[in-house]
Write a protein of this length. Structure first.
Lengths: 343, 162
């Protein structure tokens, strides 16, 4: 018993990490759903949940307990295997993404040298779950929602990747830890001048579309398609789609915070030693989650302000505006990086 | 050249309008504590104020001498499209002058038939009845929905003319 074999040690270590991530994901989703409902209420001058617990903080806990206890319904003509597989695919994709995010100094599950590439690749696996769920349910609403989502993700995946590439050009590395290390002297959004700002705005728009949130929630489109691709799901399977949606929101915000806002690095102003020292005292995990919370707040602001786009407007926005601007922006930033004009 | 100008001005216009929208919702969000319009109904029952033009159940205001302004002219009864007002009246002889005067005995109001249309209030020549502010109407028996608007022992105010 005194020594585990290296294989077992590895296995136990990965298990602990996995359980930690699952717990973290579940808790953060419960918090995010509560925050979303409260924020939505404030944007619409309502009060929001306020009956279960003080300020309604146990509302989402109660909701999740209700969801877990509901009946699993699979319709008769559904493709049973794919129908039950789809929620797992979408949740797995979200979990794969969360593993690669640097939460704080040293709190990083796996730091591969193609971190950015990995994240963008993994986040597009989620659409497979949406497509399968929409197809297998044998429901026309689901199918329309799923196909809309397919068109949407294929389009916006380009924008999100190109806007991250803008910063990757400046860093010269795809590794997330190196992207953070390169921002030691200043966040890219400050150092990268106008191109970084354009890339940041495009990232926010495309990220909102990537997570299927309003104003880009065509896949769900409550007023047209009841619930879009997850119309046929009930109980815990629906909860898994819900979980994945909020996890991907968290992942998008984390990627944005890491790439544009310096990840867990504190905010420094040039040579103000005293100010910088005070900022250093705030733990890195608070910096990270503060930035993520800010970005999530902006994305929620979008959702509760703008009306939903039509499918043709969605594609026009991507192919006629975001993509050409992004390509020109990438060219511009390459030139800046070549001449060393960023500071 | 014209198309290029149109393209970029379109982007600028789009961003501007989006920013306008976000400014409005951002104002709501930052002032949410003060401007929330949702009422916490059962809790604020004591201080809840209905708005001025709210049309609640019809009531007849009485002054401190238990006097009202209803002369029993039955204009409200005629005006009511549903027949929910029924006035029981009699002629009472004034002992001083010896003149007969029409006086209401009971102003019966069947709330179960009332649509709160306001026509009786418009018809009333002496403003004896008005739309009340109460909105809690539930009762356990429909007999309880028949109200008598004038209080027992009340009489018409002296300065009110037919």
């Amino acid at each position: 018993m005194s020594t585990f074999s290296p294989g077992w040690t590895m296995a136990i270590e990965w298990m602990i990490i996995g359980i930690t991530l699952i717990l973290f994901a579940a808790i953060s989703v419960i918090i995010l759903v509560y925050v979303e409902r409260k924020v939505a209420a404030f944007f619409q001058l309502r009060i929001g949940p306020n009956r279960v617990g003080p300020y309604g903080i146990f509302q989402t806990v109660a909701d999740f307990i209700k969801l877990l206890m509901k009946e699993h319904i699979t319709s008769k003509k559904a493709d049973k295997f794919l129908f039950n597989l789809a929620p797992f695919i979408i949740v797995t994709a979200a979990f794969l993404g969360i593993g690669a995010i640097p939460f704080a100094l040293g709190l990083h599950v796996f730091d591969i040298n193609i971190g950015v590439f990995y994240l963008t690749a993994v986040s597009s696996v989620g659409v497979l779950g949406i497509l399968l769920g929409g197809w297998a349910g044998n429901n026309k609403y689901s199918l329309i929602g799923a196909l809309r989502s397919g068109a949407q993700i294929v389009s916006y995946e380009l924008s999100i990747t190109l806007s991250i590439l803008t910063i990757v050009v400046l860093v010269g590395s795809l590794q997330l830890s190196e992207i953070i290390a390169s921002q030691e002297t200043g966040w890219w959004i400050i150092r990268g001048h106008l191109p970084a700002w354009i890339a940041f705005v495009i990232f926010l728009i495309a990220g909102t579309a990537e997570t299927n949130r309003g104003p880009f929630d065509l896949a769900e489109a409550e007023s047209e398609l009841t619930a879009g691709f997850h119309t046929e799901y009930s109980g815990i399977k629906f909860a898994m789609f819900f979980l994945a949606e909020y996890l991907s929101l968290f992942i998008i915000a984390s990627v944005g915070a890491t790439v544009f806002l310096g990840g867990w690095l504190p905010f420094h102003i040039g040579t103000w030693a005293a100010f910088n020292n005070i900022m250093d005292y705030i733990p890195s995990i608070i910096w990270f989650f503060g930035k993520v919370a800010g970005l999530i707040g902006i994305i929620m602001w979008f959702k509760w302000t703008f009306p939903r786009l039509r499918i043709d407007q969605l594609l026009v926005l991507e192919w006629k505006y975001l993509l050409p601007i992004n390509l020109v922006n990438l060219l511009l930033v390459s030139f800046i990086a070549l001449m060393g004009w960023y500071f | 050249m014209n198309a290029i100008v149109k393209y970029f001005s379109g982007i600028a216009h789009g961003l501007k309008t989006l920013a306008t929208g976000m400014k409005i919702t951002g104002y709501y969000f930052s002032h949410a504590r003060k401007e929330i319009i949702t009422q916490q109904y059962p809790e604020n029952r004591d201080e809840l104020q209905m708005f001025d033009r709210f049309r609640g159940i019809v009531e007849m205001p009485h002054d401190e001498n238990n006097e009202h302004a209803c002369t029993g002219c039955q204009a409200c009864e005629v005006a009511c499209p549903n027949g929910s007002i029924e006035i029981l009246w009699e002629r009472i002889v004034n002992p001083e002058t010896g003149k007969k005067k029409k006086t209401i005995d009971k102003h019966v109001y069947h709330f179960s038939m009332c649509t709160l249309c306001n026509l009786c209030i418009i018809a009333c020549p002496t403003d004896a009845i008005k739309m009340g502010q109460n909105f809690e109407y539930s009762v356990f028996d429909r007999k309880q929905l028949t109200y008598v608007l004038n209080k027992p022992g009340s009489k018409v105010r002296d300065d009110v003319e037919d």
